[in-house]
Design a binder for this molecule. Structure first.
Ligand SMILES: [Zn+2]
Length: 114
């Protein structure tokens, strides 16, 4: 087996709304908080919450204890939610007349970019 990794472009960006399609947070919809293109993961608002144990650090004003934090979810487990039709969708790519490339909803052709 080859260890070669195919890096596919992540069609999801910070601030997008996505729906979690599988795993512990299946069915949850939330905003993308961060994207990790190297790992192919995203963190989604209030989805895949993990408990993080933190040590108190008074100099950084950090209280010790257990912190709820969004954990990474692989992009293959989430789908974009279209602002136009409100459904989770595959993303297409198209170019505007001025040459700008935009992502579009495969269902209703609404562009994700504003
Ligand atoms: Zn749509």
């Amino acid at each position: 087996m080859s260890e070669q990794q195919t890096i596919r472009p992540i069609g999801i960006r910070h601030g997008d709304t996505v729906k979690v399609m599988s795993g512990r947070s299946k069915g949850k919809t939330g905003k993308v908080l961060s994207v990790d293109p190297a790992k192919g993961t995203v963190t989604v608002e209030r989805a895949n919450i993990i408990k993080r144990h933190t040590r108190a650090n008074p100099s950084k004003n950090v209280r010790g204890g257990i912190l709820d934090k969004e954990g990474p979810i692989h992009v293959s487990n989430v789908m974009l939610v279209c602002p136009g039709c409100g459904k989770h969708t595959r993303v297409g790519h198209t170019a505007l007349p001025d040459g700008t490339k935009v992502r579009v909803c495969r269902r209703c052709n609404q562009a994700f970019e504003h």
